[in-house]
Design a protein around this ligand. Structure first.
Ligand code: AMP
Length: 596
C-alpha cells in the first residue's frame, strides 16, 4: 500500500496549477514571513511587507557574488538570522563542475519537502502511462564525502542529504521502488566499488527490476560501460556465491555478501545473454526483462550521452527526470511520453517564487567585449504566469531554503536567497493550466570566449555533434569531451579534448578538427577567425579513461557521482584537471578551415 494515492497527487497538482498566480503570491508571502527576521531583508527595509510589488521594488536581483559577506558569516558558524529566519542544519555541496570546485548550499526541511513533492508529482504522471508493480529499481545512486565547515556545519551533496532522511526512504519505497542495493552500497566510501555492487545487486534481482535510474543520464551510460568490462567477473560472483576481491570496503562487502549464494543457472543465463548481444545493443531489456523504462535527467548537458543511452536501452522508453538545482527545484516532467529531446518541465508554483527575465538574442557584432555572458537584450523581470509561449527567459527564484555557496577551501564564492539569478536559459513550450511548461535551453554563462566571440556550452555541444557525424561514418564515437581556451600564445585559440571509444585515422580526425572550427557559427568567432584574431582550433585526443580520471578527481574533492557532470570547459585556474587532460594527450590536430 502506498502512503498516498496517485490520483490525489495528480488532483493536487491540477489544483495548484489552475491558480499558479495565486500560489505564487502565497508562496512569496510565506517566504517573507518566515524570514522576516533575516538581517538581509531587514536591511532592505521591507518592513514586513510581503506583496510582489514591494518585494520587487526593494529587493535587488543577485548573482553568486553579491551575497558573499553574508555567506562567509554563516559558514563560520554565526547563528544570528542572517539570510534565513530559521537556523541551517547542514550544507549541501553542489556538483560545482563548472567552477572547478564544489559549492556549499544550506539545506533544510523545506528542500526535503519540495524534493518529495516534485518526485511524487512526476511519478504520478509517469505511472499513469507506464505503471510499475511492487518490484525493485536498479538505481545508480551514490553518496559523497561529508565535509565540515569552519563553523561546524556538515556539508555534503544535496542528493546525499535527501537520501539520508527517513522521509526520503519511505517515499522512495512508495514511488521509486526499492533500490536493489543495500544502504552500505549507496553510502559506500569508494565509488568504483559501489558501482560494481549496484550492477551485481541489479543482476541478482534481475527479474524484479521495474526500471533503471540515475540522477543524470551520464551515470547510467557510465555504469553500462563498466558492465561491458566486468560482466564476466559479475557472473563469476553469482556462480560461486563469493564476492569479488575488488570489494574491500568491509561494510559493503558484508552487506552484499549476504545477498549472494551460488546460483550457476542465473550466471549462465546472464552470460549467454551478454554473449548474444550485438555490441551491447539493448542490454538493459535483455538483462532486466521486466524493466519498463530508463529514468534520469537527459536534457541540457546530458544530451551528448543520449545516443549511447538509447543504444543500451534498445526498445525501452527513456524518460527524462525533473528540473532543479542544488538551490531549488523548478519543475516536474508531467509529460513523460515526450522523447527526451522534447522534455518539458511544469513549474510547481508553491515550491519557490519565480520571476523571468525576457531574453532576446542580440544579433550583430559585440563591442563590449564582456567575456562573462552571452549577449542578450534583457527585459524587465516578469512573473510566472506572464511568460509567453515560444520566448526565452532567464530564471530568477526566491526560495524557502536560503542558499549560499562556498568553495571547498571555505573562501566564499556564491550566495543567494532572494531574487537569485540561476543563470539558466529556458524556453516556454506551453502551459499546464496556468503554469508554464519550460524547456531547458542552456546555461547562460559562456564557456568559450577569447575576444568578441561568445559560445555557450550548447554551442560547443552542437559543434561536437556536427563533427561526431564524421566519426559515426567510421563507426566511432566520442566517449566524452571538454574544452579550453589557450591564450598562452598570441592569438589565443580554442582547444577541444576528445576521448574516443577506439582509435581513429589521422585524416578522419583532421576533418573533424576542421568541422569543429567551422561549426562555431557565432559571428564574433567567425570574423575573428577570418582576420586571424583567433588562431586555428586545436583538437586534442586523449587516452581512454582520461575522463574517468577527471571524475575521480572530483569525487576526491567531495563531489558525488549522482551530481557530477563532466565540465565542458576547463579554466586556466583548474590546474589539476588540465594536468590530467594534457598528460593523456595522444595526438593533436590544428584546423586549416580558415586557411591559416
Ligand atoms: P547543481 O546545482 O550542480 O546540481 O546543477 C544545477 C544545474 O544543472 C541547473 O542550474 C541546470 O543548469 C542543470 N540541470 C538540472 N536539472 C536539469 C534538467 N532536468 N535539464 C537540464 N539541465 C538541468
Amino acid at each position: 500500500m502506498r502512503l498516498f494515492s496517485l490520483e490525489s497527487v495528480i488532483d493536487e497538482f491540477e489544483e495548484l496549477t489552475k491558480d499558479a498566480g495565486g500560489h505564487q503570491r502565497e508562496t512569496l508571502r510565506k517566504i517573507l514571513e518566515q524570514n522576516g527576521e533575516a538581517e538581509y531583508l531587514q536591511k532592505l527595509g521591507l518592513g514586513g511587507r510581503t506583496d510582489p510589488e514591494s518585494f520587487k521594488a526593494r529587493v535587488p536581483l543577485v548573482t553568486h557574488s553579491d551575497l558573499d559577506p553574508y555567506i562567509q558569516r554563516i559558514a563560520n558558524g554565526e547563528t544570528s538570522p542572517i539570510l534565513t529566519g530559521k537556523p541551517i542544519s547542514s550544507i549541501s555541496l553542489s556538483s560545482g563542475t563548472t567552477q572547478g570546485k564544489p559549492k556549499f548550499l544550506p539545506f533544510n526541511d523545506e528542500l526535503v519537502q519540495s524534493t518529495m513533492q516534485i518526485y511524487r508529482t512526476s511519478f504520478a504522471f509517469r505511472n499513469r502511462e507506464y505503471p510499475i508493480g511492487n518490484g525493485k529499481a536498479l538505481q545508480f545512486i551514490y553518496s559523497s564525502k561529508e565535509v565540515k565547515t569552519k563553523g561546524g556545519l556538515i556539508a555534503t551533496t544535496a542528493t546525499t542529504n535527501v537520501y539520508r532522511t527517513e522521509q526520503f526512504k519511505r517515499t522512495m519505497k512508495d514511488i521509486q521502488s526499492q533500490c536493489c542495493s543495500p544502504d552500505e552500497v549507496i553510502f559506500g566510501s569508494d565509488f568504483q566499488q559501489s558501482l560494481y555492487c549496484h550492477l551485481l545487486c541489479g543482476l541478482i534481482y534481475s527479474e524484479e527490476v521495474q526500471f533503471v535510474f540515475s540522477t543524470f543520464a551520464h551515470s547510467i551510460v557510465h555504469a553500462f560501460r563498466k558492465l561491458e568490462q566486468v560482466w564476466e567477473e559479475l557472473c563469476e560472483d553469482i556462480r560461486s556465491g563469493v564476492l569479488s576481491s575488488r570489494i574491500s570496503v568491509p561494510s559493503m562487502r558484508a552487506a552484499v555478501s549476504k545477498l549472494l549464494s551460488p546460483n550457476p543457472d542465473l550466471a549462465d543465463s546472464i552470460s549467454n545473454k551478454c554473449m548474444r548481444l550485438s555490441n551491447w545493443y539493448g542490454v538493459i531489456p535483455e538483462l532486466w526483462p521486466n524493466a519498463k523504462y530508463v529514468y534520469g535527467i537527459m536534457t541540457g548537458s546530458m544530451e551528448p550521452y543520449l545516443k549511447k543511452l538509447k543504444h543500451y536501452a534498445g526498445s525501452l522508453p527513456l524518460m527524462s527526470a525533473d528540473y532543479g538545482s542544488s538551490e531549488s527545484w523548478i519543475g516536474a516532467n508531467v509529460n513523460p511520453s515526450l522523447p527526451p529531446e522534447l522534455t518539458t518541465f511544469a513549474v510547481l508554483p508553491n515550491i519557490a517564487y519565480f520571476e523571468f527575465i525576457p531574453l532576446e538574442k542580440h544579433v550583430g557584432q559585440e563591442m563590449d567585449n564582456s567575456p562573462s555572458t552571452i549577449h542578450y537584450i534583457e527585459g524587465e523581470p516578469i512573473g510566472l504566469t506572464e511568460v509567453e509561449v515560444g520566448k526565452e527567459y532567464e530564471i530568477i527564484f526566491t526560495n524557502f531554503a536560503g542558499i549560499f555557496i562556498v568553495l571547498l577551501s571555505l573562501s566564499l564564492l556564491v550566495a543567494c536567497l532572494y531574487r537569485y539569478r540561476l543563470g539558466d536559459v529556458v524556453r516556454v513550450a506551453g502551459f499546464h493550466n496556468t503554469t508554464p511548461e519550460l524547456q531547458f535551453v542552456c546555461r547562460r554563462s559562456l564557456v568559450l570566449s577569447i575576444n568578441i566571440d561568445k559560445n555557450t556550452e550548447k554551442d560547443l555541444q552542437l559543434a561536437v555533434e556536427e563533427a561526431a557525424k564524421l566519426l559515426a561514418e567510421e563507426k566511432l564515437e566520442i566517449v566524452d569531451f571538454t574544452s579550453y581556451v589557450d591564450t598562452s600564445n598570441e592569438p589565443g585559440h580554442y582547444v577541444i579534448f576528445w576521448e574516443l571509444c577506439s582509435d581513429a585515422a589521422d585524416d578522419v580526425l583532421r576533418c573533424c578538427c576542421n568541422c569543429l572550427d567551422t561549426s562555431f557559427v557565432d559571428a564574433g568567432y567567425v570574423s575573428s577567425r577570418k582576420v586571424g584574431a583567433i588562431g586555428p582550433l586545436e583538437l586534442r585526443i586523449v587516452h581512454k579513461g582520461t575522463f574517468h580520471d577527471i571524475l575521480d578527481h572530483y569525487l576526491e574533492l567531495g563531489g558525488a557521482m549522482n551530481q557530477l557532470k563532466t565540465p565542458r570547459y576547463v579554466s586556466q585556474s583548474n590546474i589539476k584537471v588540465l594536468q590530467i587532460l594534457n598528460m593523456n594527450v595522444t595526438a593533436c590536430y590544428f584546423s586549416t578551415a580558415y586557411g591559416m
